[in-house]
Design a protein around this ligand. Structure first.
Ligand SMILES: O=c1[nH]cnc2c1ncn2[C@@H]1O[C@H](COP(=O)(O)OP(=O)(O)O)[C@@H](O)[C@H]1O
Ligand SMILES: [Mg+2]
Length: 183
């Protein structure tokens, strides 16, 4: 492994807790919060751009993460804009967006980007889980967890250990881990 530690750029405590739980002792993690603006575009464009700017500010290697929630009936919107949709509409409002459609399926998409330093091209690791948007069930401490149902339970109802085994974040991190171990 080439890295002393990974510098994970995030201001989201819930994400940090999950990333630490999933990566365990395999990768020592250091975290830092930067207020980075996000461009509009595809998930990959947004992730790469953000990661490159974080590396330029830090002046070294960084890991960034973006989470999208894509409603299939809405051609994958809100997608990268889910944070603002959730903030404005809440769980009920997000459900209402799908009222006009039979298809309630959604994809949770987690994108990690690793950039080895300023000017270097970021590498992307994506995890995607298809679930169903339902009326909120379970604790409300993490984002849209209560309205995303997978395998009969919402993410919020799920045992933490199970979420960290099956989630979009777990899938993306297993790809990152494999890549790190091959370096
Ligand atoms: O695993 C998850 N479950 C539920 N909500 C999540 C999960 N990961 C991210 N979110 C939420 O989805 C949105 C994703 O936006 P973004 O990735 O920009 O988050 P951040 O800026 O808080 O790090 C935020 O509202 C975040 O709280
Ligand atoms: Mg974001």
């Amino acid at each position: 492994m080439p890295l002393g530690h990974l510098n994970f750029i995030t201001g989201n405590t819930n994400k940090l807790v999950e990333v630490k739980a999933i990566l365990g002792d395999i990768v020592p993690l250091q975290s830092q919060s930067l207020d980075l603006t996000e461009i509009q575009g595809t998930i990959q464009d947004i992730s790469k751009d953000k990661c490159q700017r974080a590396a330029a500010i830090i002046g070294g290697p960084v890991l960034t993460e973006d989470t999208c929630l894509c409603f299939n009936a809405l051609k994958e919107l809100p997608g990268p804009y889910i944070k603002w949709f959730l903030q404005a509409l809440g769980h009920e409002g997000l459900n209402n967006l799908l009222m006009a459609y039979k298809d309630k399926s959604a994809q949770a998409v987690c994108t990690f980007a690793y950039c080895s330093g300023p000017g270097h091209e970021p590498i992307i690791f994506e995890g995607r889980v298809t679930g169903t948007i339902v009326a909120a069930r379970g604790p409300t401490n993490f984002g849209w967890d209560p309205i995303f149902e997978y395998d009969g339970e919402t993410y919020a109802e799920m045992d933490k250990a199970k979420k960290n085994m099956v989630s979009h974040r777990a899938i993306a991190l297993s790809k990152l881990k494999r890549w790190l171990q091959a370096q």
